[in-house]
Design a binder for this molecule. Structure first.
Ligand code: G3H
Ligand code: 13P
Ligand code: ZN
Length: 336
């Protein structure tokens, strides 16, 4: 059993409470490798932002459980080395799919876990989520549950269309499970293809796809039912057009990739939405930088020469999200 507190990590309770009161959201950035982790820590430490390091089941398999634990501990020390004396870093399981996966993460030093029972029948989602909460809370590990189904691919769950969270269910779900935060479906979606061209309109000036707006009416209704309760948005990458263009220019093929407009995420951040998940934008930044270097310097074979620029590009992107979209810069409890 590894206690996350001995690794220097924190759970999400305090950071969420401050985010709701302060009208901003905490970034939850996924990572799979060292360069992503370095970029996340550099961005959040430089900007004095709390941050959630998010690990999916696939990332856990890719990176190795034991290495992950030491990487998270190393991340805390790295943030301090960068001059951030009191970093607030949570290590969170993204889309946990079973009690066993969640338990294993709690036992290995995660400070927060998500149990994603959103594809299960309602009562089964409640029973599974409750079981994870009962275990995790013994160790002061926070738990995120989910109600409603996002469009796109949610790990092994393929939802052809989204099913918005039903506001009439949220009080019952939260009170019977005891979750610390709730992921909801209001029109966001995972991956770089969040909407089909048919679901979008086209901007007559630029010819670019304009996605349908998020269902803020559903979010408002949920906030009325659960005043002051932490809400989470998954699938919140914006799919920056400049990365898509670079990827396509240098041999990639990402036709009609489209994400969530940043103004809408900014608006959501000012509400009870206090955790915003971003993964695909980091993948796009990384891939754009790597493709560009390798296309321009075909003789290059030192991975540092293309992983380095990829890391710089991700750091730039994370900083932009923190400052211009989520508003979490300078929000550590102790800024000195
Ligand atoms: O929501 C899914 C995350 O982007 C993680 O993706 O399962 O491919 O690691 P992954
Ligand atoms: P994106 O694919 O939009 O980055 O969403 C990531 C996510 O929700 C991770 O749980
Ligand atoms: Zn997700």
């Amino acid at each position: 059993m590894v206690d996350y507190k001995t690794l220097g990590l924190v759970n999400t309770k305090e950071m969420f409470a401050r985010a709701i009161n302060g009208g901003y959201a905490i970034p939850a950035f996924n990572f799979n490798n060292m360069e992503q982790l370095q970029a996340i820590i550099k961005a959040s430490a430089d900007l004095k932002s709390p941050v959630i390091l998010q690990v999916s089941k696939g990332a856990r398999k890719y990176a190795n459980q034991t290495l992950l634990q030491y990487m998270a501990q190393g991340a805390v020390e790295y943030a301090k080395e960068l001059g951030c004396k009191h970093p607030e870093i949570a290590l969170h399981l993204d889309h946990g799919d079973s009690f066993e996966t969640c338990k294993s993460c709690v036992d290995f030093g995660f400070s927060s876990v998500m149990i994603d029972g959103s594809s299960l029948p309602y009562e089964e989602n409640i029973a599974l989520t409750r079981k994870v909460v009962e275990y995790a809370h013994q160790f002061d590990v926070t738990v995120e549950g989910e109600l409603g189904v996002l469009a796109g691919v949610e790990d092994e769950v393929v939802a052809a269309e989204s099913h918005y969270t039903k506001p009439e269910e949220v009080i019952d779900f939260v009170s019977r499970t005891g979750v610390d935060s709730l992921a909801i479906s209001i029109g966001t979606s995972h991956g770089a293809y969040k909407f089909t061209p048919e679901q979008c309109t086209r901007d007559p000036k630029t010819g670019k796809l304009v996605p349908p707006p998020l269902a803020f009416d559903v979010l408002d209704a949920i906030m009325v039912k659960l005043p002051g309760f932490p809400i989470v948005l998954h699938g919140s990458s914006s799919v920056p057009q400049e990365y898509v263009d670079i990827i396509n220019e240098y041999g990639g093929k990402l036709p009609d990739a489209v994400g969530i407009p940043e103004e809408q995420l900014r608006k959501a951040s000012k509400s009870a939405v206090c955790k915003i998940n971003i993964d695909s934008d980091s993948r796009l930044a990384f891939t754009a930088a790597v493709r560009k270097v390798l296309a321009e310097k075909p003789g290059e074979f030192d991975p540092r020469k293309f992983c380095g620029p990829a890391r710089d590009e991700m750091e730039k992107m994370y900083k932009h999200k923190i400052v211009d979209v989520l508003g979490s810069d300078n929000k550590l409890a102790q800024l000195d």
